[in-house]
Design a protein around this ligand. Sequence first.
Ligand SMILES: [Zn+2]
Length: 89
Amino acid sequence: MRLLTESAVSLSLTNPTIAKEQAALARRVKLKFNVRLDPSLTRFTCRGCKGLLVPGVNARVRLGHGKPTIIRVTCSDCGHVNRKVVGEA
Ligand SMILES: [Zn+2]
């Protein structure tokens, strides 16, 4: 799982088409074996379209202000905004 997702992320920098297939494959494997994505890898997955999210490639990352700090990752594929709280709440 980790390997699939990591290679999908690295591939997205050079070959987005293959990277998407790789991400789809990773998702199928995940569903089949009912395993959870590594927490460090979920930030690369869009909650809207379940696609691959790569900051700088198909995602915009914005830092929220105030506390707690919230990272907003906007998916350019479906427009979904993935929010992630970082730091102490
Ligand atoms: Zn999306």
